[in-house]
Design a protein around this ligand. Sequence first.
Ligand code: ZN
Length: 272
Amino acid sequence: MKKMVITVAVCGAETSKKDNPNLPVTPEEIAESTYNSYLKGASICHLHVRDKDGRATMDINIFQKAVELIRKKCDIVIEVTTGGGVGMSPEERLEVVSLKPEMASLDCGTVNFGNEYIVNTLPIMRQFAKEMKRQNVKPTLECFDLSHVYSANLLVKEGLIEPPYHYSFVLNVPGAAKYDVETLGFFVRRLPESTCWTVIGIGGKAALEAHYGALALGGFMRVGFEDNIYFDKGILAESNAQLVERAAKISKAAGYSVATPADVREMFKLKN
Ligand code: ZN
C-alpha cells in the first residue's frame, strides 16, 4: 500500500492570534497542537517558534524548549525552519541546525513574500546545505518558484545534498508562483531521481487543492496554520489536528495508508 506523509506546520512566522485565535504560539501550545496533529496522522512537524509577544523568532532556547516538550509527548519527526521570518540574517536563521534536528527546511531562492521579500543567494544556500550535511540534518529543499527548482538541482549536482532528496513546493505565496496542477506538474518533471516531494498551497482554496495535486502526481501533503487558517470558505479552522484529519481522510479514500514517523525515518534515511 502506498504511504502518504503528512507534515503539519502548526504556526509559521506570519500568522497571529488575531487572524485565528486557535493559533498555537507558546512552546506549550505548539507541543500540544503538534501532539494532537500526530494523533490524527501527521508524521513530520515543521517547526517555527514565537517570542513572548507572539512574534517570529529564531531564539535557539525557545526552539530547544519546544523540541523537548514535543519529544516528551511523541516521536513525530521534527523539521525546523531555517527560513525564519522576513528580514532575518542568514546566520540568525541557521543557528537552530546546531540542535541537530532530524530535518530542516532550506529555502532555495529569493522570493517576493507579499510586499516583503526573502533573500537566498546561491552562496547562502550552499552555506546552509554544507552545515546541514555536517550536522546530519536532512534538508527539505523549499521551492517557491520554478527557478528555485533549478537552484536546488544545482545543490544536488554539486554533491551538497545526499539522496534521497526531499523537495517541497510552496505555491501561492503572493508575488510568487500560483498553485495549479499544471504548474505543479511542470515543477515535478524537473526533479532529479531519488526524490520525494511535498506540495503546499498557501491559503484555504490552494491548500485543499494541493492535496489532490499531491495524489494526482505522487507527492506528499502539508497542512497547518502556517499555510492556511481556514477549514472552509470563511470558516476558521478549529485546530491543526482538524486539517491533518481531513488530509488523512482524503489520502485513505484514495487508497493510501498514512505514514508513521518510523516510515518517514526509513523513507528519508534520517540520521539524527
Ligand atoms: Zn515555515
